[in-house]
Design a binder for this molecule. Sequence first.
Ligand code: SF4
Ligand code: SF4
Length: 302
Amino acid sequence: MNEFEEPSVWAEAFAEQRLELLLFGLFAALVLVGFFRKSEKLKYATLMASVAYLGLYKSQLISIVNVFGLLTWNLPIVQYSLGWYFFAIFTVATTILFGRLYCGRVCAFGAMTQLMDRVLPARLRITVPRTIERRASYIKYGILAAVVGYFLVTRDIRVYRYVEPFWMFTFQETTALWIALGVLLVATVFVRNLYCRFLCPVGAFLGLLSNLTVFRIKRWSECSTCRICEKACEWGAIRGPKIIAAECVRCDDCERLYEDTKKCPHWLIIIRKADIMARRSVAPTAAGSPAGLTTRALHSSQ
Ligand code: SF4
Ligand code: SF4
């Protein structure tokens, strides 16, 4: 290949893969718009798009096989796999910038189990005690270490079938593995996000990476005593005043609560103080009326 041919090879590669790149660009835009707007509706639209597009249409998920490829630097040829590189770079970049956004709304399997959770009756769910939940969250790191160790010794990539169920979107595999997947999905009816929270080696890998997260979720000083978000987090990622970056999938649930002036004690305290000050004022005017003061105090603290 000489210097005159190179641009046309790349132009050809982009032209051939333009539909794939366009679809992924649209999907990535949906992910990011829903995330930045903290919109629950857009999040569920993203989850459905993930199952339909990444799961059923493309069968493309980040897999432990990609981790093997990274460790041995055995990666696809760039010009033939532009879509895959955009997908992988998007996953790594969003994880480093924001945390496990991939697990929260991109991974088709995680999206499917979150949608299951949404439609199944809440009364079926078992609440895992916190101490068991914390200990169980380390299982996935053990699986990651074991499967990477096994691969480095044997170079057998087919081990992925036993530790991740992503092959389900290709509708292949043996009856025994389909039965195991059925058991896992039934268990997920009772324990929400079971595989993602406790078993997934890819989630563990991204969890380790997310310790580098640049833009973390803010906490109010009141978070150290208030436990509303801790109870609301379906991923066991809030422990007292802390958010455990490796467990958090940036689902937005706690962030929506932070902004809720009717539920979050941070705002309730500010509003209460403003009301007391307003009542104490000697000669309230239209601008200094309790309602006016409350609104101004709320806005000045935002
Ligand atoms: S934990 Fe695993 S299965 Fe769950 S969303 Fe993340 S990568 Fe997907
Ligand atoms: S509720 Fe908050 S801490 Fe828990 S997973 Fe969602 S964004 Fe992360």
